[in-house]
Design a protein around this ligand. Structure first.
Ligand code: AMP
Length: 331
């Protein structure tokens, strides 16, 4: 059994890509490993959210993760800002994080390019906070995509540096979690290869979308004029429809339309109707739970309190030892 940590972005509705690419695996993992899932609200401050939005965003994400199957009894599900030990470790790691290595980070360079008016120290030290998030629980596995590999390498660097500096084998090395199943990438409805919340409107289907919205979005998905030769190559937008169908429909339904494409009898209108209905069927129980949980403030409080307690329990043990190792002593 590994100790697993994963941060969850604290803004934006969850879409089908998030579900099939991440949450489905989290749900499975939580019963097989010691999992810490946290909502990264400290991280979100680099974009300066309005105070009235901060809590609402955290609540929305918490509700949707619970609705999608995260089990607060099995995993430790907590809000980052409920665990101040993280900020202490962040501060301590910052003392040995060097400007040069932080500036070389690809994600930082990208931010500098994209938002030249808001290059704050929080962005520069983002990998340090991420390292603190992970090693505060002495985690060994982090379920991340390829884009986070560099940050994870930095987390190993900071953990190693601490161990070397104090001549102690204290922090374990965190590595990417390899899911046993192949990673699924859910395509967008606008022909792009990835469903994403910040892409074109209509690209993503959210778990909270109602049936009317789902039908409208799917019926508008990009298609071509149809196959003209048997077994012909499929253009990207058609491949996308099939990938989406594979995720949400029965295998027989998928085979039926696959066959229909290959023998040129396919009607995209029928295929889209089928996909829309299958997404609606898939989303229905999650959507129902989203509505139910979001109006149950006492349940949310219970979940947040329970997560806070479990996370602080683990984090304060680490910080206590770190303080001793560094040489802080009480008078
Ligand atoms: P994001 O909401 O973009 O921060 O994504 C959170 C996580 O959801 C990512 O780290 C991926 O694991 C997963 N994810 C996001 N979009 C997709 C997608 N289109 N297909 C599969 N997984 C995705």
């Amino acid at each position: 059994m590994e100790t697993v940590v994963s941060g969850i972005r604290s803004t934006g509705n969850l879409h089908l890509g998030n579900y099939f690419g991440a949450i489905k695996n989290f749900v499975k993992m939580q019963y097989e490993h010691k999992c810490y899932f946290f909502i990264a609200d400290y991280h979100s401050l680099t974009t300066h959210p309005a105070p009235e939005d901060l809590h609402n965003h955290v609540k929305q994400v918490l509700v949707e993760y619970l609705a999608a199957g995260l089990d607060p009894e099995a995993a430790t599900l907590y809000i980052q800002s409920d665990v101040p030990q993280v900020t202490e470790l962040y501060l301590l790691l910052n003392m040995n994080a060097y400007k040069g290595e932080l500036e070389r980070c690809t994600s930082f360079k990208e931010k500098v390019r994209k938002q030249p008016d808001n290059i704050n120290a929080g962005l520069l030290t983002y990998p340090v906070l991420m390292a603190a998030d992970i090693i505060i629980h002495k985690a060994t596995k982090v379920p991340v995509g390829k884009d986070q590999e560099q940050h994870l390498e930095m987390a190993r660097t900071f953990a190693n540096r601490f161990n070397r500096m104090y001549k102690k084998d204290f922090f374990p090395q965190p590595y990417a979690f390899n899911f046993s199943e192949e990673l699924i990438k859910i395509p967008g409805l606008d022909g792009s290869t990835k469903m994403g919340k910040s892409e074109n409107e209509g690209n993503a289907i959210f778990l909270a979308d109602d049936p009317k919205v789902i039908r409208k979005k799917v019926m508008r998905a990009l298609t071509d004029s149809g196959p003209t030769r048997k077994n012909q190559q499929r253009p990207q937008e058609i491949k996308n429809l099939f990938l989406l169908m594979k995720a949400v429909s029965e295998p027989e339904t998928y085979s039926f339309f696959d066959q229909a494409y290959n023998d040129c009898s396919i009607r995209y209108g029928d295929m889209k109707k089928q996909i829309a209905e299958d997404i609606i069927k898939f989303n229905a129980p999650i959507r129902e739970r989203i509505l139910e949980i979001s109006s149950d403030d006492s349940y949310l409080k219970k979940v947040a309190d329970m997560g806070k307690e479990k996370a602080i329990d683990s984090a304060s043990k680490t910080i206590k030892e770190v303080r001793q190792i560094i040489g802080f002593k009480r008078f």
